[in-house]
Write a protein that binds this ligand. Structure first.
Ligand SMILES: [Zn+2]
Ligand SMILES: [Zn+2]
Length: 366
């Protein structure tokens, strides 16, 4: 049984199907894995399996007649959500009033009584006022869903006070609400929050599987192959690439530029950071593709280091660089000032030589 909605992750889909069909489905899940691997798609898959009316016929008098027949059906864990009933359609359209995504910004913001409270659409964190709104919401019954779902993305962005308040809600989960925490950096979550959640590790998907998934969705084979290759195991990114091929840019050209900047003098990095910041204002897609190229660049060096004569300093430099990339993506998403964010990222990158040799690497600039 493989979901037509999620690319890859057949084992996770099977697990979610079994959980959703169980007597007491878990009320807090943590989808941990890199951005673009399909974490949110899996949460939506869980929402469908919890709410589809064909899988869970309403228990009215009329439906109980039908129950005689439904006992002949295979158990819900081995059936697919229909995709046609009202809950399925609303969920698939992203329009279900009980499926709510909470992230940094204004969603669910609820000021304290009598407090004047400016809006904060560009906030970096999920704030305590939003958690108040969340608790308020959870106290009420869903509008119409069997199980309301709150997707918290990214879940590692709670402020301290907010995290502790969320924890209380997770400790006494209301029966009608399911929390799906999504995070690329689960180590940044409170241990006590992690321990309340059923953790699902979402790993990169094999390239061939992504390619096949794109072809199944009607993309041409050549485009599917290129998008799958450029996505490096992340079906979500692959879909974006297939829909906007210009995002892939000229990867070879980008990687060459990465190598040049990484080997060049410090001042060149500042010039490059300024250039990124200027272009960021007009063409975010292109810059995100460029950041992807940087990630590919450091991952490749990390792989070379692991398979060859590695030196710890060099590997640490690559890891540091990859971490800086994760940070800059989060910063850009939170609308911080772009130029200092790019500068910081570039300063965290170790300097490399174009003909790599372990001894020739100097420490990070920072
Ligand atoms: Zn359905
Ligand atoms: Zn607020």
């Amino acid at each position: 049984m493989v979901s037509a909605r999620v690319i890859g992750h057949a084992d996770i889909v099977r697990e979610l199907a079994a959980l959703a069909a169980s007597e007491e489905p878990p009320h807090a899940l943590l989808f941990a894995g890199p951005d673009g691997t399909g974490r949110t798609a899996l949460a939506i898959e869980y929402a469908l399996r919890l709410n589809c009316e064909r899988l869970h016929p309403p228990t009215t008098a009329g439906a109980s007649l039908f129950a005689g027949d439904s006992s002949l059906l295979p158990p819900p864990s081995s059936r697919e959500p229909c995709g046609e009933c009202r809950p399925c359609r609303l969920i698939l359209e992203g329009a279900h009033p009980d499926i709510i995504t909470l992230g940094p910004g204004d969603t669910l913001c609820r000021p304290r009584d009598g407090e004047s409270h400016p809006k904060h659409p560009d906030s970096r964190d999920i704030r305590i006022c939003q958690v108040r709104g969340l608790i308020d919401l959870v106290a009420r019954y869903p509008f119409e869903a069997r199980h309301r779902m709150i997707i918290i993305d990214p879940a590692d962005r709670f402020g301290r006070e907010a995290a502790h308040t969320v924890l209380k809600t997770l400790e006494e989960p209301p029966g009608h609400t399911v929390f799906c925490l999504v995070s690329a950096a689960p180590e940044a979550l409170l241990e006590t929050i992690i321990s309340r959640c059923r953790r699902i590790d979402v790993r990169p998907v094999p390239r061939a599987r992504i390619e096949a998934g794109l072809v199944e969705r009607g993309f041409g084979p050549e485009l599917a192959a290129r998008a799958a290759e450029a996505s490096r195991g992340r079906p979500g990114r692959a879909m974006e690439f297939a829909q906007h091929p210009e995002m892939m840019g000229d990867r070879g050209r980008l990687l060459e530029r990465c190598a040049r900047v990484a080997a060049g003098p410090l001042r060149e990095r500042f010039t490059y950071a300024a250039d990124l910041a200027t272009r960021w204002r007009n063409d975010r897609h292109a810059i995100l593709a460029e950041i992807d190229a940087w990630e590919a660049f450091w991952e490749e060096r990390l792989r070379q280091g692991v398979s060859g004569a590695e030196d710890r300093g060099r590997l640490a430099g690559c890891v540091e660089a990859l971490r800086a990339i994760t940070t800059v993506r989060a910063d850009l998403q939170a609308n911080v000032m772009a130029r200092p964010a790019f500068e910081l990222m570039l300063l965290c990158f170790p300097r490399v030589t174009l003909v790599p040799s372990p001894e020739e690497e100097s420490a990070a600039y920072a």
